[in-house]
Design a protein around this ligand. Structure first.
Ligand code: FAD
Length: 587
């Protein structure tokens, strides 16, 4: 038999790619899956989407109505830390950071098995789609030119096919990466244990307070009334986070941890994990020990790279068969969305020279995206342990994400070669800044452990308080642009991100020096070199003494005082750590 495309593996990546090909091309597809039961009833991680994947599944794959009907719409990502002077047995004891309003690009909490069943059902409606499962003894022979060949057995039959494109979506089986010797390691050494429990774990109700007290709590002035359980809720500590994700009728729970900071032995089984989490975050002791565990799984070390993921001779890798960095902020399905979109475009490209140029560009883009995330996860995971340092880290990362991941994706710009070249030159400028900033934030976190103190009482922070994040989010509404306009948007965003990076550095300096005035000092702000930023409190004190007399104000384009309530040492709020001033006035 002859097919245009063979897809190996009917998980999220393979089923989505098949649907995208069926919707956008006239290609015939052979989807080969080793399991008999698709999807399996087992827990699959990859349940929470952020904007790129939310857009991809809702709009590009045209599943919006289905997603709203069968899955929860996600209420952003929310983060929690213990308060130093509370017993942390109730939700009201925890510091919180969040975005209070829903994202204008809807994101979803996915029951992966339900979604995969629906994708398979839809794909099967097309006469161009052939599904082969369970497939055993799979053999793929790639050719430099001309059709590749694929052979496998299913039941008593042997399937032999010639194909133009082979796309490996076999997940951690990494069929092609292993065959072609493409596997790579990276600097991330993180593990995970996860489980499903029966019913909804509503963290808002894990409380000492009565229902009425919770409804009338003054904290609502900050947090509002939307159901907090609809978020991906993250309970944070140094080098780890514990997720709580609602699925319909059950809750997904999972710990991701740096192996150097959390002993695997203590969290390797669901029972041990529940015990550990209840000690770390006592509010869970009200609930988790009584829950019925429906399923569970774990990874000792889940992160890896790949030398190459697309080749003009007609092969590509998508999903976990290629690279996987870390699940914090849920980039897994984003990478599936990005990769699949580039792969579909490559498959549709007939001219060999054009295809070679595109594959080179796509390889650069996907490697660039992956590498940009490595410092985020390998360098500053310790900074998850404290609200203020994490607010600095995440505001930066989310702003980069909105401007440099979401904006190009929702405009189909990454498959425009002219734009992609302009994008890469600007994105690479951010690379060094990001690496320096991640180290700076981690060093600051370590410094704070001996110089700062954790907030006594709960603090509330909305990430959008910092102007550059709002500026980055405004790109959601910049659509249908010409190449020149899109390039200008990137330039504006780059400038805004550099201002944010500068602010983060100066904010940290102001805390270290115990002097809020330097946040406004023009010479101090302009003296910061983002390309060679290092955290050195002694040198900072010397430098500051030199420019102490400077009274000229730096013209920030946003309000630089919005983090004062987080009470870093030396800021005015430090002595009386509490909620934002505006909220106090409202009471
Ligand atoms: C701890 C953790 C948490 C995560 N949380 C999130 C999250 O919240 N959001 C998110 O977006 N991402 C998340 N991810 C990432 C997400 O899990 C992956 O992006 C996603 O599951 C990858 O899907 P896939 O289709 O590549 O692989 P899979 O879903 O594993 O599918 C691979 C398929 O290939 C089949 N297969 C394997 N070998 C063969 C073979 N030889 N022949 C034929 N078929 C074969 C398998 O049976 C399977 O059906 C998380 C990852 C981890 C590790």
């Amino acid at each position: 038999m002859k097919y245009d495309v063979a897809v190996i593996g009917a998980g999220l990546a393979g089923l989505s790619l098949s649907r995208q090909l069926l919707l956008n091309t006239d290609k015939s597809i052979l989807l080969v899956e080793k399991r008999a039961e698709v999807p399996t009833p087992r827990q699959k991680v990859g349940e929470s989407l952020v904007q790129v994947a939310g857009y991809y599944y809702g709009k590009v794959l045209e599943l919006e109505e289905y997603l709203f009907r069968q899955h929860y719409m996600k209420y952003n990502l929310r983060f929690y830390w213990k308060s130093a002077e509370r017993d942390n047995r109730g939700f009201e004891d925890y510091c919180q950071a969040y975005i209070r309003t829903f994202s204008n690009i809807p994101c979803y909490q996915l029951d992966r098995n339900k979604l995969e069943a629906e994708l398979l059902r839809l794909n099967r409606q097309s006469s161009r789609f052939t599904f082969c499962a369970p497939a055993t003894n799979l053999e793929v022979e790639l050719q430099e030119q001309g059709p590749h060949s694929l052979r496998c057995e299913t039941g008593n039959d042997t399937v032999s096919a010639r194909i133009d494109w082979v796309v490996d979506t076999s997940g951690r089986s990494k069929v092609l990466a292993r065959d072609l010797d493409l596997e790579q390691t990276n600097a991330i050494r993180h593990g995970s244990t996860f489980l499903w429990v029966d019913g909804l774990v509503d963290i808002d109700r894990l409380s000492e307070l009565s229902s009425r007290e919770r409804r009338m709590s003054p904290d609502r002035a900050s947090t509002g009334h939307l159901p907090i359980w609809l978020a991906t809720n993250h309970f944070m500590g140094e080098g780890f986070w514990f997720w709580v994700i609602p699925l319909q009728g059950l809750t997904s729970l999972g710990l991701v941890y740096d192996q150097d900071l959390v002993p695997r032995d203590e969290v390797a089984t669901p029972e041990k994990l529940i015990d550990w989490v209840c000690k770390q975050f006592p509010l869970f002791a009200r609930d988790l020990p009584e829950r019925k565990i429906l399923d569970h799984g774990s990874y000792k070390s889940f992160s890896y790279g790949c030398a190459r993921t697309i080749h003009p001779s007609g092969w590509a890798l998508s999903g976990e068969s290629g690279r996987f960095a870390d699940p914090l902020y849920s980039p897994g399905s984003d990478f599936i969305s990005l990769h699949n979109t580039m792969i579909v475009d490559a498959i549709m490209t007939g001219d060999p020279a054009d295809l070679a140029a595109k594959c080179q560009m796509y390889e650069h883009l996907m490697r660039g995206y992956y590498e940009s995330l490595i410092p985020t996860f390998a360098t500053s995971y310790d900074a998850l342990g404290e609200q203020e340092t994490f607010v600095l880290k995440y505001t930066w990362e989310l702003s980069v994400y909105f401007a440099f991941f979401v904006f190009p994706f929702i405009n189909d710009l990454l498959i425009d070669r002219r734009f992609a070249a302009a994008f890469l030159s600007r994105f690479s400028r951010l690379g060094q800044v990001n690496r320096n900033l991640q180290t700076y934030i981690s060093d600051y976190y370590q410094w704070k452990k001996s110089h700062g103190s954790a907030p006594a009482d709960p603090q509330f922070h909305d990430f959008t308080a910092l102007g550059p994040l709002r500026t980055a989010e405004s790109t959601f509404y910049r659509v249908g642009l010409s190449f020149e306009e899109a390039r200008d948007v990137l330039d504006e965003q780059l400038e805004s991100l550099e201002e944010l990076a500068r602010f983060i550095a100066v904010y940290v300096d102001s805390v270290v020096l115990g002097n809020v005035e330097i946040l406004h000092s023009r010479s101090h702000v302009e003296g910061i070199d983002l390309q060679s930023l290092t955290f050195d409190p002694d040198k900072l004190k010397e430098t500051h003494a030199e420019c102490d007399a400077d009274k000229e104000q730096y013209p920030w384009s946003f309000d630089p005082s919005v983090l004062q309530h987080l009470g870093g040492t030396g800021t005015p709020a430090a002595a009386s750590a509490g909620r934002p001033a505006a909220i106090e006035e409202e009471r």
